[in-house]
Ligand binder design. Structure first.
Ligand code: NAG
Length: 247
């Protein structure tokens, strides 16, 4: 298994270059509008505003993301469907980060909370996500979204990372739940998948965020993916939201 973390090491040169739609983003996904996923937050490197990870707005000033997304300096953008939107959007700075203490570099407990430096102004494009209290059943269809890379053919060559491959717009893919076990949700898609840069983003079932994007099965992002279960980590999330509210 290959964690999306590798992207964090490689993505620094990724820009919002315009590239062929058929190759962008969540592999083979379709263009998505933030109006359909107004709780989506885009985590961007401070420099160049390049794609780092995704997240979900779960409080006016807290974003849920993956633990492996933490470690680089980033800012948060909301209400974004497109890189053009970013030019006009205001960034939110990070005030405090809480990583799950049991996170050890695997998909288990690969979640973190990011407290922002101020509350997000809500609108039709910016809303609070509803978090699932139960895991999605096997064989059900779920949606995943993100600005991630289509693939990283040159992945093994650190001098030729996945440059210019991040999507310039939000994309959507339909996945089927294959397994739910030990706080992890696995899914596979018909020729579709999450890829580098989609980490931390939501898996959505029944209008609720059920998972946090953690890993792909194969480094070229063919095959399936693994999401950290929101329901399994609900108590940790709730406890830490209370703590963050006092900061
Ligand atoms: C929060 O961060 C943004 C982005 O750097 C900045 O423009 C804004 O002034 C900050 N707000 C507060 C209240 O610190």
């Amino acid at each position: 298994m290959y964690t999306f973390y590798y992207l964090a090491l490689l993505v620094t040169t990724v820009t919002g270059a315009i590239i062929d739609d058929s190759e962008t983003a969540i592999i083979n996904g379709e263009r998505a509008s933030i109006l359909d996923y107004p709780f989506y937050a885009s985590l961007r490197y401070k420099v160049q505003k390049a794609v780092l990870c995704g997240g979900s707005i779960i409080q006016p000033d807290v974003v849920l993301t993956a633990a492996h997304c933490i470690g680089r300096e980033f800012q948060v953008y909301v209400g974004i469907s497109d890189d053009n939107d970013i030019k006009e959007a205001e960034a939110y700075d990070v005030k405090k980060i809480v990583k799950h203490p049991f996170y050890l570099g695997l998909a288990f407990f690969d979640i973190a909370l990011v407290k922002l430096n101020r509350s997000i102004i809500l609108s039709e494009k910016v809303e609070i996500a509803e978090l699932a209290t139960e895991n999605p059943p096997e064989d059900e269809e779920v949606a995943i979204i993100g600005f991630g890379n289509p693939a990283c053919d040159e992945f093994d060559n650190p001098l030729k990372p996945c440059t210019n491959d991040a999507s310039d717009h939000l994309k959507y893919a339909a996945m089927t739940i294959t397994d739910v076990t030990l706080g992890l949700i696995s899914s596979s898609g018909q020729n579709q998948n999450a890829c580098f840069g989609d980490s931390g983003g939501p898996m959505i079932y029944d209008g609720k965020v059920v998972g946090v994007s953690s890993q792909v099965d194969r480094k070229d992002c063919t095959g399936g993916n693994i999401y950290t279960s929101v329901a399994s980590n609900r108590r940790w999330i709730n406890r830490n939201l209370k703590k963050l509210a006092k900061i």
